[in-house]
Every structure is written in structure tokens, then in C-alpha cells.
Design a binder for this molecule. Structure first.
Ligand code: ADP
Ligand code: MG
Length: 657
């Protein structure tokens, strides 16, 4: 027996126990080596005309024997002679493939796409196997050799006669299962010994390896009934096996989009990302040069059920030379585009030896930036050209975009704000902020919005009605995150537009205003004057009402313009009523809830106001108090806010009747 060199022994131990986090990748590594072996033979044939290959016969086969507990990966590639066996499999971390790639790339000035580069993948077999046997014959040799090892002490190399053509069989004898105890999980190696499990591993990790990966698969078929069988005879079935190519080989993302049909993209999306609906948008792009890669992205047609849960993992699948490196590479997507699914394939990203982690992320960051820009421009294109489809996308994923603005403290606002849609109270449809800005009233420099949990109810707020009456549009916001997003945006910048008459527009910085804030005020100067006068004339009444509502409102005032409503509550200060409502839904915040400072605004033109003034003049404090309570509660309800004491409210109404 030849012993592994000391360093190798340590390394091997490290390999088997620490480098890989995931045992099941052993098959990926063996298939990658087999694929490299076929490629090497192919490259050799390019310069050596004595090598006659029939490309259609080049294949990798995977088989298993449940009784013997073996899994075999075979190829008809270049094979190894005794020296190569010694050199390649006797030394850990020696990658002949890496050398091959370099010398050939120099010789042919061509890109040689070989997967191997670290010289450790082969040994990952020892994570699951107690013995690994390699039976191999080099191309053009008539000698077969067998390398065998337990992965601990050393290995043997012997001549043998188990192969009569070029190529390699790698035979793993799986370790014994270990039962879990004391609640610890055991080790189940037997799970790999099934057609289903192997097929799953092949399609997951090696689906896009460029050579066919084949397996004998069991099937059933109906037996032709004999001529004289009765009409109603039950059909009979028989099982048989058939060699089937398991992997799909051609990575669809490497093709130019002009060569792929929409159906093919949709099928790929649905089968790869387990969705039953077609994607809303498919984006394919390719980069060449110092960093080359292919990317295929999809905007799903619906939101996955767990999109807004903690368990949701964003990310794109990352491949290198057709081999899956990471199923969800999170670094490739910003949080606000977490809904995008897809694939990035680059032979240029530097991989860690386990392939599961990336070594240095400069290249990855460059790809991520491009991906982000691409998603943005695609969404913009959709917004402008396929409005209906975009509105659906926004319905599904808009919350995430808004959250992106909020959680970046507005840093992302300039990029994301133009992707937002809000419900326009005037137009009764979703509009962008640019569309709102294009329909400003003369002299308007504010975007008005109103919040609540129900659009219908928000649209009936007195302030919304009065804004509309006066010719201002109001955006109706019904998502929790809306007001936080709007505050984070701070303002909205409109670029100057050149043109004639109405088309021309100066550059403009718009601010946002919640119509439920106390300083919201669209009234005319006359109305304001009238309101101030009414407030002065009724100072005693307002004070009395303020006292009656002590602790609930900061003040009671006369509103300048309130349409036909009798009273409304608004908030002064930084915390709006909507924010208070949203925050109050978080049980963790309940103890320390920031409160808005409420103001009760009265409509001095409403007949009820005259009644109030009458009661005040008659010195009927009881009646003034009662009116104050009822008006306040009523205004709260109209704003979608809870009434403090519904029973007291009901009693008060009864008293009035
Ligand atoms: P890498 O693939 O990164 O080079 P591995 O540990 O997977 O490292 O394999 C080590 C070397 O063993 C390879 O570079 C290759 O020369 C050789 N080898 C492994 N498997 C095969 C095979 N099926 N056919 C021919 N050579 C192989
Ligand atoms: Mg390898």
C-alpha cells in the first residue's frame, strides 16, 4: 500500500470533514470530473488525428447497486494510466485539469472550459464512501489499472482487467448508516441508493453539464393483449428498464433570446422555480470581456406565499461552467428586488475550493450591480409599455419597493420612487408620481395624500373631499408602509420639460403632505378669514370643548374648508394619525407607543356648529360636553381610527336622541 503523504493525510481529513457543508455534492464532483475527462479527450483529438471519436457516443453513466451499497460513475473519456493515477489521485490538491486548461489555452489561444481547478473534488466521495475504487484505462493504452482507497491511510494501484475500453469507472461503496441517538440526527447514506435520489442530484447540480448523464431507469408499459383476449380484459403491465439521459445539457440562459421561444422560457421558469404561473417578464442578457457571464432573470407572475415572511430567501442561482455553485446567491440581488428569480452563469467568478462559497466578491458585486440596473430598466419599460401587466407586478411586489425606500432612509428614493404607483382619488386609477406631477393645479407644489386601511373609506375623508372640490388630486394610501415610505422620500423632484405651452414645465421640487395633518389647508383667503373670525367669536366654546376633551386632543379649532363634514380629527407634529395606527398594530411597541398630537377641527358653516354656539350661550355645559364627545368620536371613526370607549359613545348618542 502507498501511503498518502502526511500533508495529504491532514488535508484529506479536512476535506472529508470540513470543506464541504453538504455531503450530496459528491455526485456533482464525480460527474464534473467525468465531463472534464471527455472534454480532454475531445481536445486531444483536435490536434491528434489518430484519435477517432464519435461525439454522439460520449457519455457519463450513473448506476447503483442497493445490495452491494455501491454507486458508480462511468465515463468514456481520456482515462488515466498508472502514472496519472499516482499523480492525480495520490496527491491531494493537485489538479491536472487546471494544468491542462492552462497549457491548452496557451497552445490553442482558445477558451478551454474545464470544470476542475482545485484538485480536491474527487475526495469528496469519501464523505459518503468507506471505499472508493477507480478502474481506468487511458486512451490508446491496452492496460487497465485499479486505484483503491479507504480514504484514511493510503491507496493501492494495481493492474486489473475490469475495463476493455478507454475511460474511467469510479465506484463508491457507501458507509454504513448510523442511527441517531439522544435527539441527534443520524447519518443516512442509504438514501442515495435509489433511482429517484440520484436523478434528483443529477438534475439539481449537473443538469447543465454539457455531456449526457445517463442512468438506467425503470418504467412500466402495457402489454399488448393477445388477439383472442375478451373486450373487457384488464390491461396488463410490465416493468422494464431503459437508459435515459437525465440532464438537460443546454443551458437555456446561454442562448440568445431571439433563438428561444416564450414557451421555452416559461417552461424553464416553471420547472426550475416550481411555479405554476408564467413569469410576468423574462430578461436575458450576456456580458463579454474581462468578466463574462450569462444571466436569465424572471419577474414572477405572482408573489410566493412566503415572500414577506422571515423564511423567504432571496437570491439567484449561480452556476460556473454549467455546474451549480449556489442555489440562492443572495449577494446578487438587493432586498427590494428579492422577488426576482433567475440564473447567473459565469466561468470567471472565483470559487472557493468547496465551490459552495465564493472567494472574493469583486466580480460578484460587478455582476450584482448590472443585474440591479437591468431589473430597474426592465420595470421602467414595463411601466411605460405594458401598464396593465406592470400594475399587477406592482400589486405583487410594490410593498418591497416601498420598503426599499424606507429602509434605506431614502437613499434609494431616486431610483425607486418612479417605480411606485398610488391610487389617484381624482382619476380613480393607479398613477405614478410623475403622472400626479403632470396634473398639478397652477401653483401647486405639494403632493397630497391620505392614509387608511380601506381605500373606499379614505376616499370619503372630509379632507380628501375638500381637496378634490378645490381641484387638487389626492393619493390614497392603504398599505402600512406607505406613510413611512413617503416620509423617507421627503420630496419628489420633477425635471424640467421643454416644449410648447402646457407641455413645457419648469424643474420642480414637490413636497408631500398628509391631508390629515393639522397644517393641511387649502382654503381660500376669504375662507381662512372667516374661519379665524369664527374661532375668535366662539373662543369660549372652543375652550370649553377643549376642556371636555382634555387628554384626548391638544386643541379644538375651526377648519377653513371642510366640505360638508361637521368635524374632523387631524394630527399636528411629526407623528401622523396613520403612523400611530400602524405602530399600534405592533404588539411589541404597545407600551411605548408614540402618540400623535390630535386636533379636533370644526366646520363653522355646519348647522351643528350653530347648535353648539347656542348651547354655549345658554350656559348648557352638559350639552357642550356631550356634543364635544360625540363629534370627536364620530370624527375618529370617519378617519378609520378606533373610538376609545364605544359604550360611552353609544350612550351619548342615546342621550342625544
Ligand atoms: P479537479 O477536478 O479540481 O482537478 P479532482 O480532485 O476532482 O480535482 O480530480 C483530480 C484529478 O484527477 C483531475 O484533475 C483529473 O486529472 C483526475 N481525474 C479525476 N477523475 C477523473 C476521470 N473520471 N477521468 C480522468 N481523470 C480524472
Ligand atoms: Mg474535479
Amino acid at each position: 500500500m502507498r501511503k498518502f503523504k502526511t500533508e495529504s493525510k491532514k488535508l484529506l481529513d479536512l476535506m472529508i470533514n470540513s470543506i464541504y457543508t453538504n455531503r450530496e455534492i459528491f455526485l456533482r464532483e464525480l460527474i464534473s470530473n467525468a465531463s472534464d475527462a471527455i472534454d480532454k479527450l475531445h481536445f486531444a483529438s483536435l490536434t491528434d488525428s489518430s484519435i477517432k471519436l464519435s461525439p454522439e457516443d460520449m457519455a457519463i453513466t450513473v448506476s447503483f447497486d442497493a445490495d452491494a451499497r455501491t454507486i458508480t460513475v462511468s465515463d468514456n473519456g481520456i482515462g488515466m494510466d498508472a502514472d496519472a493515477l499516482e499523480k492525480n489521485l495520490g496527491t491531494i490538491a493537485h489538479s491536472d485539469s487546471q494544468e491542462f486548461k492552462q497549457t491548452n489555452a496557451e497552445a490553442q489561444g482558445d477558451d478551454v472550459d474545464i470544470i476542475g481547478q482545485f484538485g480536491v473534488g474527487f475526495y469528496s466521495g469519501f464523505m459518503v464512501a468507506k471505499q472508493v475504487k477507480v478502474i481506468t484505462r487511458a486512451y490508446g493504452s491496452d492496460e487497465t489499472n485499479c486505484w483503491s482507497s479507504d480514504g484514511i491511510e493510503g491507496y493501492t494501484i494495481k493492474a486489473c482487467d475490469q475495463r476493455d475500453t478507454h475511460g474511467t469507472d469510479v465506484i463508491l461503496t457507501l458507509k454504513d448508516d448510523v442511527e441517531g441517538k439522544d435527539g441527534e440526527e443520524g447519518d443516512d447514506y442509504s438514501r442515495f441508493l435509489s433511482e429517484w435520489a440520484l436523478r434528483d442530484l443529477i438534475t439539481r447540480y449537473s443538469n447543465y453539464v454539457r455531456h449526457p448523464v445517463q442512468m438506467e431507469v425503470s418504467k412500466t408499459r402495457t402489454i399488448e393483449p393477445p388477439e383472442d383476449a375478451p373486450e373487457d380484459a384488464k390491461p396488463e403491465y410490465e416493468s422494464y428498464t431503459e437508459l435515459e439521459t437525465i440532464n438537460s445539457m443546454t443551458p437555456i440562459w446561454k442562448k440568445r433570446s431571439a433563438d428561444v421561444s416564450d414557451e421555452d422560457y416559461n417552461e424553464f421558469y416553471k420547472s426550475t422555480f416550481h411555479d405554476f404561473e408564467d413569469p410576468a417578464r423574462t430578461v436575458s442578457f450576456h456580458a463579454e470581456g474581462t468578466l463574462s457571464y450569462d444571466a436569465l432573470l424572471f419577474v414572477p407572475g405572482r408573489a410566493p406565499f412566503d415572500l414577506y415572511s422571515k423564511d423567504y430567501q432571496k437570491g439567484l442561482a449561480l452556476y460556473s461552467s454549467g455546474v451549480l455553485i449556489q442555489e440562492k446567491c443572495a449577494d446578487l440581488l438587493p432586498d427590494y428586488y428579492n422577488f426576482v428569480r433567475g440564473v447567473v452563469d459565469s466561468a470567471d467568478v472565483s470559487l472557493n475550493i468547496s465551490r459552495e462559497t465564493l472567494q472574493q466578491d469583486r466580480q460578484l458585486m460587478a455582476i450584482a450591480r448590472r443585474v440591479e440596473r437591468k431589473i430597474h430598466s426592465e420595470l421602467v419599460a414595463m411601466r411605460d409599455n405594458e401598464r396593465e401587466a406592470y400594475e399587477k407586478v406592482f400589486e405583487n411586489f410594490g410593498r418591497g419597493l416601498k420598503y426599499g425606500i424606507y429602509s434605506s432612509y431614502g437613499v434609494k428614493a431616486s431610483e425607486l420612487s418612479d417605480l411606485l404607483l398610488f391610487w389617484s382619488a381624482r382619476e380613480e386609477r393607479m398613477v405614478t408620481l410623475a403622472e400626479y406631477a403632470a396634473a398639478l393645479k397652477d401653483g401647486q407644489d405639494t403632493i397630497y395624500y391620505a392614509c387608511g386601511d380601506d381605500r373606499e373609506r379614505v376616499s370619503r375623508l372630509p379632507q380628501v373631499k375638500s381637496a378634490l372640490e378645490l381641484g387638487y388630486d389626492v393619493l390614497l394610501c392603504t398599505q402600512d408602509v406607505d406613510e413611512f415610505t413617503i416620509q423617507a422620500m421627503r420630496g419628489y423632484h420633477v425635471d424640467a420639460v421643454e416644449g410648447e405651452g402646457d407641455d413645457a414645465r419648469d424643474e420642480l421640487d414637490l413636497t408631500f403632505q398628509n391631508v390629515s395633518s393639522a397644517d393641511f389647508d387649502l382654503a381660500s383667503d376669504d375662507e381662512k378669514e372667516a374661519a379665524t373670525k369664527a374661532a375668535e367669536d366662539n373662543k369660549a366654546l372652543l375652550d370649553a370643548m377643549g376642556k371636555a376633551l382634555d387628554g384626548k386632543v391638544g386643541s379644538v379649532t375651526v377648519a377653513a374648508h371642510l366640505s360638508d363634514a361637521v368635524a374632523t380629527v387631524s394630527a399636528s407634529g411629526p407623528i401622523s394619525l396613520e403612523m400611530e395606527r400602524v405602530l399600534s398594530q405592533d404588539p411589541a411597541a404597545a407600551d411605548n407607543l408614540p402618540k400623535s398630537e390630535r386636533v379636533l377641527e370644526l366646520n363653522a358653516n355646519h348647522p351643528v356648529f350653530a347648535k353648539l354656539a347656542e348651547a354655549q350661550a345658554a350656559g348648557d355645559t352638559e350639552r357642550v360636553d356631550l356634543y364635544a364627545s360625540v363629534l370627536y368620536d364620530q370624527a375618529l371613526m370617519a378617519s378609520g381610527l378606533p373610538v376609545d370607549d364605544p359604550i360611552a359613545f353609544a350612550n351619548n348618542i342615546t342621550k342625544l336622541m
